[in-house]
Each structure stands twice: as structure tokens, then as C-alpha cells.
Design a protein around this ligand. Structure first.
Ligand SMILES: CC(C)(COP(=O)(O)OP(=O)(O)OC[C@H]1O[C@@H](n2cnc3c(N)ncnc32)[C@H](O)[C@@H]1OP(=O)(O)O)[C@@H](O)C(=O)NCCC(=O)NCCS
Length: 168
């Protein structure tokens, strides 16, 4: 289902620290688990938001509706000169705004940003159980390039992590 919600996106800047923190604090456990980027994201929202804001290798995009932060996506640049064209990627949409087409919109912003930064390749990790994210990534042109089997112990089981990439 796709609704036309009045969203805005902006590049993450120092002044957005509280917005990012508010977004992470507003997630539910399931969303934080599926996002999978940090342990205890909800409880450590303050420290994690600060770390991201001060990380010069991270290019972030914040999505808001009526000034309220509802999504975040990032490209993570390599510190190696020879890998500058390749960036890691991840995203999260706040629980009550999932499944409305906003993730797809946010990912398109990331693709334009990647082109602007001369990034040629975006790669990501997604859990084997994250059907929604996997579908979204396939739809937006990512290809599965491999699997890390039993890479993480999560939700009571060893989980596989799927690796995907897209040339932009
Ligand atoms: C994954 C996530 C970013 C996707 O954003 P979203 O706004 O919910 O997704 P969209 O509404 O844009 O849907 C995009 C596609 O996902 C798929 N999708 C949406 N809802 C789905 C559902 N309930 N089940 C399966 N697939 C679904 C569809 O293919 C959809 O495309 P379509 O609308 O053309 O059919 C978001 O759900 C989220 O934050 N999830 C928790 C954190 C997470 O998993 N992050 C990714 C880590 S790798």
C-alpha cells in the first residue's frame, strides 16, 4: 500500500542529534532488532545518536513528517582510499509508518546522494527473516551476492545474514 504522506528529507547535521535520538527512542523492540545495527538501540539512543552525529564517515538522511523524525538511512564511507567508491547502507522507518511506501522513498534519496558523492556501489546486510526489507531491496535493484550462515544469535536462534549490493 502506498499513501501520499507529506514527508521531508534532509541531510543529517549536528543540529539533528536530538531528532535522531527521538527517532531511535520511538522504535519498538522488533524494529530495533530488524534494523540490527546496534545492540540496545532504544535504551542507548542518546549515546548512539551522538556517536553517529560525530562520525565523519557516515552520511545520514533523516525523514520527517510535520517536523517529527520518522525515518533514517545512512551511507557509510570507507576509510580506505581504494574503497571510497563503495559504501555500506542501512535504514529504519518508525513502526507506525512502516508499509506505507516511505522506505522506498527514502532509499531513492540515498541513491541520489550516492551519485552526488561519486559512490559507485552500495552494499548492505539483511537478516534472513527480514522479508519486508529483502523485498524492498530487491525491488530497488539490489542483488543478493552471498550469505553469512549462522552469523548472529538472535531471537533464540542462529541467524543467517544476506549480503546484497547495487551498482549506482
Ligand atoms: C524495512 C523498512 C525500512 C522498509 O520500509 P517501509 O516504509 O516499511 O517499506 P515500504 O512501505 O516502502 O515497502 C517497500 C516494499 O517492501 C515490501 N513490503 C512492504 N510491506 C511488507 C510486508 N508487510 N511484508 C512483506 N513485504 C512488504 C513490498 O515489496 C513493498 O513494495 P510495494 O509497496 O511496491 O509492494 C521498514 O519496514 C523498517 O524500518 N523495518 C524495520 C527495520 C529494518 O528492517 N531495517 C532494514 C534493515 S536491513
Amino acid at each position: 500500500m502506498s499513501l501520499s504522506l507529506e514527508f521531508k528529507t534532509k541531510l543529517l547535521e549536528k543540529e539533528d542529534e536530538l531528532h535522531l535520538r527521538a527517532l531511535f527512542s520511538s522504535l519498538d523492540e522488533r524494529t530495533a532488532e530488524y534494523y540490527g545495527r546496534f545492540d540496545n538501540l532504544i535504551n542507548n539512543a542518546k549515546e548512539i545518536a551522538r556517536k553517529i552525529i560525530n562520525d565523519r564517515y557516515e552520511i545520514g538522511v533523516l525523514m520527517t513528517i510535520n517536523g517529527m523524525p520518522i525515518g533514517y538511512a545512512h551511507l557509510y564511507l570507507s576509510q580506505k582510499e581504494s574503497r571510497k567508491h563503495s559504501a555500506g547502507f542501512g535504514m529504519v522507518i518508525a513502526p507506525r509508518f512502516q508499509g506505507m511506501g516511505l522506505g522506498k522513498k527514502l532509499i531513492k534519496e540515498i541513491f541520489s546522494l550516492a551519485r552526488y558523492w561519486n559512490i559507485k556501489k552500495i552494499w548492505l546486510h539483511v537478516y534472513d527473516f527480514n522479508e519486508r526489507a529483502f523485498k524492498l531491496y530487491k525491488k530497488t535493484g539490489f542483488k543478493k551476492v552471498g550469505t553469512f550462515y549462522k552469523e548472529e544469535f538472535k531471537l533464540g536462534k542462529y541467524r543467517d545474514i544476506i549480503v546484497m549490493e547495487k551498482l549506482v
